[in-house]
Design a binder for this molecule. Sequence first.
Ligand code: BGC
Length: 736
Amino acid sequence: MIRGMLHFDANLLDPEVEAQVDELLAKLSLREKIGQMVQIHVHDGNVEASLELIAGGHVGSVLNYYEASKLNRLQRAAVEESAAGIPLLFANDVIHGYRTIFPIPLAISCTWDPELAQEAARIAAEEATADGTHWTFAPMVDIARDPRWGRIAEGAGEDPFLGAAMARAQVQGFQHDNLESGRRLVACAKHFAAYGAVEGGKDYNTVDLSERTLRDVFLPPFKAAFDAGAGAVMSAFNEIAGVPCTANAFLLQTILRDEWGFQGLVVSDWDAVGELIAHGCAADLREAAALSAGAGIDMDMASNAYRQHLEQLVAEGAMPAAVIDLAARRILRQKCILGLFEQPYVDKSRAAHSFLRPEFRAKALEVAHKSIVLLKNEGDLLPLDRAVRRLALIGPLADDHHEILGTWHRIGRDEDAESVLDGLRAVLPETEIICVRGSNVLESEPAGVGAAVQAVSASDVVVMVLGEAETMSGEAHSRAYLGPPAPQMQLLQAVYEATTQGPQAKRQPLVVVLMSGRPLVIPWLATHIPALVQAWHGGIRAGRAIADVLVGNVNPSGKLTATWPRAEGQIPIYYAHKSTGRPVTGPGVRQFDEAFRSHYIDEENSPQFPFGYGLSYTSFRYEGLQVETPVVDLDGEVVVSAMVRNVGRRAGDEIVQLYVHDLVAEVTRPVKELKGFQRVSLTAGEERRVRFAIPVQELGFYGLDMAYHVEPGQFQVWIGPASSSGLEGSFTVRDT
Ligand code: BGC
């Protein structure tokens, strides 16, 4: 049961909290204040050494350590043994669930349902806080336009508008004010900033982008997270234009504090302070500490730079004591807001009752259902006929309980997960299911192909489950080739041949379910396989969710939030690109059709599957676009509507999208920008006028003076089912 969605705002300064912080600061020595700024990694192998540091007052926060009783032990050292008795802040990566593992964040974004994302985050907070976690390193709000980058799995895809909506929702869910655990969780927007823009999609690589793109594209989800009250932010590993984000006063002071008034705490990423040496902007750890603290990093994650050097830097006059006071204040403020001084320990009996509750599992199933994207369904092959007698289920992910959990599943367990085989057995109890692995994710399996082909010949329909292992996306897992790995392609081609032999009437229909942490490059599949279902890494209920979709218990409704390229060479590829001075005149145009235009000689510009795309078992017709405000003032609202009709024979959800194009501006604008979306449920034959009211102030950009403006003039507007299609109209913003 989801109760009211209250959440706390860590950025509203409460005079009572500030008074408590003043009192605490007054009794702390410089060394103890610096101790608050230190975050250490504790694991079962270093507990004794960590307890010593904690009791000595050298630690303010601990990361990546789990379990109420273990955390209480550390807390006791802080509260009862250290001189100042300040409780520790326990931080963990609770990214898409704590014990109830939800689909990966990229998949959650494909629901286009921020309320659902909020509920998932609230459940994660419920479980995590019951087990002693105070602070999650989530949401990751990095815009990602390069599917080579493995961390695309952790965010909401390529679009700042959708990214902001998901950021806001997750912060509200994590920081829910009324958890049954009686505790609170602090959210941490990360990684500040532009980490998704790493060159070549290679993790940790260099970023060099204009301030305008930074502000227009990469910062809006952060701003949304802070406006929703996020208590913390993490600096990114990367540099931007020569300045690492962990020593970047422009980001951490000018934008974050001066422009946005953020009051929460800034933590570095893992050893990012120490890495300033490898970046080549600090000569040693001492200089790294000085640069980071001076730029505005309040807490040093895992590098030890602050613990070893800040005190000396202050003593030598190289670091103002005020910097330390301010950082310690921000950290103590969070501890006060969380109520840690009143309740430092966690009731270790709670976790058992809080994990995997039936309503949590039901919500994980709902999210998985809504995140699945139907990519192709030739001849309405899906849903499968429930009367199917023998079904061959083939592939390394067909009966998988591990990869399905996805990156960052941390304390999630394989035994909690349902595989596709489990799901199909549940929904097709009368069907004989012949399950064959056929190959491993990355290596072929001797005799696997033969067994798979045999299974095909003994079946009436074939479902293959292919894709990536959980370790093929996420941090430090960038890829240069984005198809299913070669052994799986060999298996697929053998099965495909087996299903296309013999007389038409005897051929088995072939459905491919893909699991991955990123958009894949699948030109062969897109051409040859009649039905394609993208299921991502869908968490503990994914197997059941996929089975429900395959047999039509659930009508798929997810839509892509990151473009799927035709070829790796098209990357970066995203719908909100610029026109250029030589745009091609239509989709599908190649170099030899039209010379001297902006395209490749060997591939078209269009993606395999565009942003916003996803099919359903029913069809929706769009008609009757009405621009209700053809002329609108700068402080007004643009109102546009369209009739959406379910013209198929099943009920279904449609994600209706609104895009605009600012035709002429002092700086060029993207050819389309998402400015609204609604998920609507329509029964067969039902129609509804879907109406959007968009504040004109949301149609702006950072101009020549690097200030945000809305420029009066003409705009195109579309309402449609994807970024690539829709009904078109126009409106004018009038100078008032
Ligand atoms: C990642 C962060 C994560 C941190 C703590 C880093 O390597 O970049 O996203 O929160 O580790 O686990």
